[in-house]
Design a binder for this molecule. Structure first.
Ligand code: PMP
Length: 295
């Protein structure tokens, strides 16, 4: 059995021990996966890109027709209470905050019930960053057909498609499953995917088929600062396979190099199968951004 971490969490107006927090079996999150979530990185007790995460939460809630149950200042206050608790009690300064809103508790019926209070849940955990070895050598990924639904832009807690996709790579000891729909790159099971060709960082355009990561806009900014060309355009499989570098981005991975794809080394000339020069520059730029973009 996996041991549950014992830390402070927030549930529907109360601060509780995580082990004591309970929701109804009729919660629509439990019954239908009818809810949304966010995952925010915390560095040195400070939230990274809080406003952008809140904007995305707002978009996801709107897509589900759920009114945002808290004002932004309230979200911030609750997040900070949990962050401070984990930092003070366990000395953990770098954390990963998880927040979830479901439609709430109601008799089981697909139709959205009107006027019920949403369920609001927040917790924080120690940040689990990529290992030094993953940073030095890069990671292995496999590709798979993107069989998920066509509203991947909503940060929905209904993640069965992503869970099934992730397990494909887990089964072969790889770090991520890179998904292609009709022969075009979408994203990975829990990261965005970027290719580098001839010095240009390139990713698929935003739309309903992928989640717009908070690091997508950040990567664009980092590229602009570093003088690296950045493009969003449809990326066919051939371009993924011929890429000089492949990068993953997410709250935990930050920016992470993919050095093996479907068992073959990424890139052609030197440094084939090794993290590339664009990765090295973007990783450095990311570390800088962490220092001055946190609140
Ligand atoms: N796509 C999916 C499916 C994800 O789950 C994530 C991680 N939340 C991302 C992309 C990357 O998003 P972010 O940069 O906001 O972590």
């Amino acid at each position: 059995m996996h041991l549950l971490p014992d830390s402070l969490c927030y549930l529907n107006g109360q601060y509780l021990n995580l082990c004591d927090a309970k929701v109804s079996v009729l919660d629509r999150g439990f019954i239908f996966g009818d809810g949304v979530y966010e995952v925010l990185p915390v560095y040195g007790r400070k939230l990274f890109r809080f406003e952008q995460h809140m904007d995305r939460l707002e978009r996801s809630l709107t897509a589900l027709r759920i009114a945002n149950p808290l004002r932004r200042a309230e979200w911030l206050e609750h997040l900070r209470t949990l962050i401070t608790s984990l930092a003070d009690r366990q000395g953990i300064m770098d954390q990963l905050v998880y927040l979830q809103v479901t439609r709430g508790v109601a008799p089981r019926d697909h139709v959205m019930p009107a006027g019920i209070p949403p369920t609001v849940f927040l917790m924080t955990n120690p940040m689990r960053q990529p290992t030094p070895e993953q940073r030095r050598l890069g990671v292995a990924c496999v590709t798979a057909d993107d069989f998920r639904w066509e509203r991947a832009d909503i940060k929905s807690i209904s993640l069965l498609g992503n869970v099934l996709a992730r397990q494909i790579s887990a089964d072969s000891g790889a770090t991520e499953t890179i998904l292609l729909r009709d022969g075009f790159l979408t994203e990975a099971s829990s990261s965005n995917v970027w290719i580098v060709r001839e010095g240009v960082v390139c990713g698929p355009p935003p739309g309903n088929l992928l989640l717009e990561g908070i690091r997508a806009e950040l990567l664009q900014e980092l590229c602009a600062t570093a003088g690296i060309a950045f493009q969003r355009r449809p990326v066919p499989r051939e371009d993924v396979e011929a890429a000089d570098e492949i990068l993953l981005t997410s709250a935990t991975k930050e920016v992470l190099p993919v050095t093996t794809l479907d068992g073959r080394p990424v890139g052609r000339g030197a440094p084939c199968g090794r993290p590339g020069p664009i990765y090295a520059r973007l990783f450095q730029a990311y570390q800088q951004a962490k220092k001055h973009q946190s609140i």
